[in-house]
Design a protein around this ligand. Sequence first.
Ligand SMILES: Cc1cc2nc3c(=O)[nH]c(=O)nc-3n(C[C@H](O)[C@H](O)[C@H](O)COP(=O)(O)O)c2cc1C
Length: 399
Amino acid sequence: MKNAKIVLGVSASIAAYKAVELVRLLVKEGVEVRVVMSANAGQFVAPLTFEALSGHPVYHTQFDSQNSAEMEHIRIAENADLLVVAPATASMLGKMAHGLADDALSSLHLAFKGPVLIAPAMNEGMWGHAAVKENIAVLKSRGVEFVDPESGELACGVIGPGRLADIPVILNKIKSYFNQRDDLNGIRFLITAGPTHEAIDPVRYLSNPSSGKMGYAVAEQVKARGGEVVLISGPTYLKPPPGVDFKPCKSADEMNGLVQEYLENCDVLVMSAAVGDFAAENLEKEKIKKQGDEGLVLKLVATKDILLEVAKRNSGKLVVGFAAESQNLVESALEKLKIKNLDLIVANDISAPGIGFQSDSNQVTIIDREENMENLPLKPKREIADLLLDRILSRLKRP
Ligand SMILES: Cc1cc2nc3c(=O)[nH]c(=O)nc-3n(C[C@H](O)[C@H](O)[C@H](O)COP(=O)(O)O)c2cc1C
């Protein structure tokens, strides 16, 4: 999206403050953002906030001498690649659907000839109103795209649909306009991510600090490049990327079951989950009580090795494994590559500070079946995901 020119239209919803974060993130991505506000939006967030974050004047009054003389709504419209209206009020949807142009944002909308993306936000009663539904249908019939609101607790106190979609979801949708690579179109990915929880008793479990960020980044990039994703995830705090078929699970056993179930219908398996190697031999039905100073001896048994199970099935799929090691990184990864019959392995050194588990960046070595090694520099996980997908694609294209 670097150097893209986006107009962000903000209307008078209680969610207007969330648009502030959207501007910040877009600017961080190198986007030139021009904010345009409806007549009433300034009741919620002052134009100055957007001016400071975007680094550009905010267009919010049609009839001041400078804006009017320079025909600001036409000039901004001519120079933009995309118009995003977030949040869009019920009133603004109505104006856009019916071609009204009585303030800065609705006038700019009419003057703008490019693609339009709308993220509505409103009370659930308004969202369900026939007039709003009809306006949305009209806009959709003109090719306008929507990021639908989510269900949840609304500012008015009720629970229902109407809450502005999460900013990362809107950002993702915006990115998809500029990342039209589509080179994974038709390729079906099965991706595992996150840690597993191996229960000891009803309230305790064994786990690891995997955040799931790497696997979710791969899933997000596959979607951005037109592929299909089934994402099998252990417990994480992350939201599944939009458009993936999400299958949550807890234990290694459940994850194995899901992988075996969905394996047949995929072309590529990416096993980035940090699957627990051990589980308690006996799961206690009741919470284990503390007995004074006495310790507790737990007998652990090995969990099923998912990749070995896949290798046994000789599925003919392209299989990518991950090796998170704290010592002998390359040797351990090479051994895993061979024993588990992998096409590619992504190795990362979890003992190095600032990379691996939890972090947004990673530094990995990609090793292929022919034992070619590629050391990638420290990069955001999303970029690593893209580079990994390039390698996967070139292997898929081999005769
Ligand atoms: C506190 C408050 C919050 C509001 N939040 C919303 C909202 O989230 N969505 C919406 O469609 N209207 C909301 N409204 C009503 C709009 O602000 C009102 O319809 C306004 O005229 C819309 O102006 P605009 O579309 O020109 O920005 C809210 C009103 C108030 C007083």
